[in-house]
Write a protein that binds this ligand. Structure first.
Ligand SMILES: [Zn+2]
Length: 191
């Protein structure tokens, strides 16, 4: 079973870096290996994968060998999307207002039906990309998902962040379990 994904994404939500060039750079670095299966945008880990992603547990079990597709560690590139997009998970907690920190408990209702209301505490208008998701969801136009990472279990090393920065400015990361992509006013689809 896949315990979750490490989700890397550009901080900027106004645009996405060119996907093909990004994959070429990550392949050259050794993070991304061969394409996995017939579905585009899915890759096996490259030969430097374990030098670019640090696992924090004492004996992590990383299924890198040739397991059936769904049971092996893989990377997925999602996007670019025409608008800032939210990927959340079953582990996502209510995001917080960027101005006063008040939790936005009805966020799923807002995203499903488009019923917006200002922050109950400070009155600020809500914007998807400005809410604080605290590494439990991500908003961007392009995402790199790495499977078989339990929340908090693995982090990207500086060298990887440096390469990502060269391709699209600052990047951030989050952890999601059972990821879903939201389409404002229309609900979500499982990924
Ligand atoms: Zn507020």
């Amino acid at each position: 079973m896949n315990p979750g994904y490490l989700v890397l994404h550009p901080l900027a939500t106004s645009h996405a870096p060119p996907a093909e060039r990004l994959i070429d750079s990550l392949r050259e670095l050794g993070l991304v290996g061969e394409q996995d299966g017939d579905t585009g945008g899915r890759y096996r880990p490259g030969n430097a994968y374990l030098r670019l992603i640090t696992y924090l547990g004492c004996s992590p079990s990383i299924p890198l060998a040739d397991n059936p597709q769904e049971e092996s560690c893989h990377l997925r590139l999602l996007g670019p999307y025409p608008a800032p997009t939210l990927i959340s998970g079953s582990n996502s907690r209510p995001p917080r207002c960027p101005h006063c920190g008040h939790p936005f408990t009805r966020w799923q209702e807002w995203l499903q039906h488009g019923h917006d209301s200002p922050c109950h505490q400070c009155g600020a208008r809500r914007q998807l990309e400005r809410l604080q998701w605290r590494e439990q969801a991500a908003v961007a136009r392009l995402f790199l998902l790495i499977s078989h990472v339990f929340p908090g279990e693995a982090v990207p090393v500086e060298r990887l962040m440096h390469t990502l920065h060269r391709e699209g400015g600052d990047w951030r990361y989050a952890y999601v379990q059972q990821p879903r992509r939201w389409c404002a006013g229309k609900g979500f689809s499982m990924l």
